[in-house]
Design a protein around this ligand. Structure first.
Ligand code: NAP
Length: 462
């Protein structure tokens, strides 16, 4: 047999997951011009693009234009898409080893982190990621219930997800109606009684994880006032020293925006968004099993020995009446069948994208990219360089012949799947679903009208 990666013996790669990290794996492999590669992408849902479809906010369509590049990669003759196929049930690790030289896991971070405080189990206490998946029409989340009859809601965390959730809760129906938000979510939010949204951050404005365009947008909402208490907008000495030393432009912009918010006087808007700093939730208080208030403690900032700024609790407590709480303190990766998992970090065990055993030895043919490799950080484009690092190692290992030795062919994959799974979705099937959603969107002046359950997606193809 000729060398792996040659025209007569192409390097066969299975990619699990069709989010940004999966698609950047494809585009990075297409740049390895000395290797002939065949790539098959497996996706649990019939639809590709992971969090670009189900995570990016529906009112941030410009971030979704990255899918144009993914579509371009998908047109390449060396690429095949198998949607509606779940790794671990419809296809196993053993199957993949029989058919591919290398396997790339790009399964993202589908779970979320807890706060670990009393009352988190109460009705009305939710993860922000569930709310995001619900309003974005993720098929797993269409039945989720959020009690939008509540007047006051708290969102815990200062990341962009917290900002997304708070913004969606504060926007008017007119602002949301032109998005690709799931129809049922649009209907529910149209009836929303939410008037007060509190975003609660444990550190100060200089340590916030949100980015300048996202925080600035909170001051431009059609019918919501934004408030920041002046004392919480003012940088403490440790934060000021940290910022003076780093000169970080984004932090400076964030701090300036927050300062400007703190100078605003109340307008006569229907909704009020309050962003608080240096406060931590200590308990969700319940009444008849449902959240009725959140207890917070005021923090003070201090410089730790490594030069970072941390927060520690003071003895000042406060209770804010709220009927719903969204914890938005970060996504978390979930274990993947038969792959070593680092439970502490919520990632697949790896060194620069090579999956490793407990002794940190690389496992032949096994790779990882994206959030399940490095944790849930960075913007969509961060996954490009992340995938590039892994693909470089995959190409290096392929050239060295350190790969699985599959006994079955590309055609055998199709036979295996057609025996196991009746409704496998190809990329051209996805294109039909996509066209259906886009044309329904065009008819109502929206980017698309999403299909939110798998039966409806399959019905489009029949
Ligand atoms: P994130 O950026 O990691 O932010 C998590 C926030 O939770 C931080 O403010 C963190 O504060 C806080 N936190 C963590 N543990 C806490 C606790 N026990 N109590 C109180 N606060 C706590 O996570 P994310 O918002 O889920 O976003 C994930 C990634 O997706 C990020 O890279 C984000 O930029 C990206 N994203 C981007 C966009 C966009 O570009 N528009 C939109 C959505 C998401 P500390 O800093 O004090 O730890």
């Amino acid at each position: 047999m000729s060398k792996v990666g040659s025209e007569s013996n192409p390097l066969r790669v299975a990619i699990i997951g069709s989010g940004p990290a999966g698609f950047y794996t494809v585009s990075n492999f297409l740049k390895q011009t000395d290797l002939t590669v065949e790539m098959d992408m497996f996706e649990r849902l019939p639809t590709p693009f992971g969090l670009v479809r189900a995570g990016v906010a529906p009112d941030h369509q410009k971030y979704k234009t990255v899918t144009r590049a993914y579509n371009k990669s998908a047109q390449h003759s060396s690429f095949r898409f198998f949607g509606n196929v779940e790794y671990g049930t419809d296809i196993t690790l053993e199957d993949l080893k029989d058919h591919y030289h290398q396997i790339m896991f790009a399964t993202g971070a589908p779970s979320d982190r807890n706060l670990g405080i009393p009352g988190e189990e109460l009705t009305g206490s939710h993860s922000a990621t569930d709310f995001v998946a619900w309003y974005n029409g993720h098929p797993d989340c269409t039945d989720f219930k959020f009690d939008l009859s509540q007047e006051s809601v708290a969102v815990i965390g200062l990341g962009n997800v917290a900002i997304d959730v708070a913004r969606i809760l504060c926007k008017t129906d007119a602002e949301l109606a032109s998005t690709d938000m799931a129809d049922y979510a649009l209907d529910a939010l149209r009836e929303s009684n939410v008037k007060n949204v509190y975003v609660l951050g444990r550190r100060g404005p200089a340590q916030a994880a949100f980015t300048p365009p996202e925080i600035k947008e909170m001051g431009e909402l059609e019918d919501a006032d934004v408030f920041v208490p002046v004392d919480e907008a003012t940088l403490d000495p440790a934060s000021q020293a940290e910022l003076d030393a780093s000169g970080d432009k984004n932090v400076k912009k964030n701090v300036a925006v927050i300062e400007e918010f703190s100078q605003r006087t109340e307008r006569d808007n229907s909704r009020h968004l309050t962003i608080r700093f240096l406060v931590s939730p200590t308990e969700l208080i319940g009444e008849n099993g449902a959240v009725s208030a959140i207890k917070i403690v005021k923090n003070e900032a201090y410089a730790d020995e490594n030069g970072g700024v941390k927060a520690r609790a003071t003895d000042q407590e406060e209770i804010i009446p709220v009927g719903m709480v969204f914890r938005s303190v970060g996504y978390r990766g979930a274990p993947v069948a038969e792959v070593p998992f680092d439970d502490y970090n919520g990632t697949i065990q790896n060194t620069e994208g090579r999956i490793t055993d407990d002794d940190k030895n690389p496992l032949t043919g096994m790779y990882v990219a994206g959030w399940i490799k490095r944790g849930p950080t960075g913007v969509i484009g961060t996954n490009k360089t992340d995938a590039q690092e892994t693909v470089n190692h995959m190409a290096e290992d392929a050239r060295a012949g350190a790969v699985f030795e599959p006994t079955k062919s590309a055609e055998d994959v199709v036979s295996l799947l057609s025996a196991r799974k009746p409704d496998v979705i190809t990329y051209s099937d996805w294109n039909k679903i996509d066209e259906h959603e886009l044309s329904n969107g065009a008819a109502s002046d929206r980017p698309r009208v999403k299909l939110t359950n798998i039966e409806d997606m399959l019905a489009v193809l029949n």
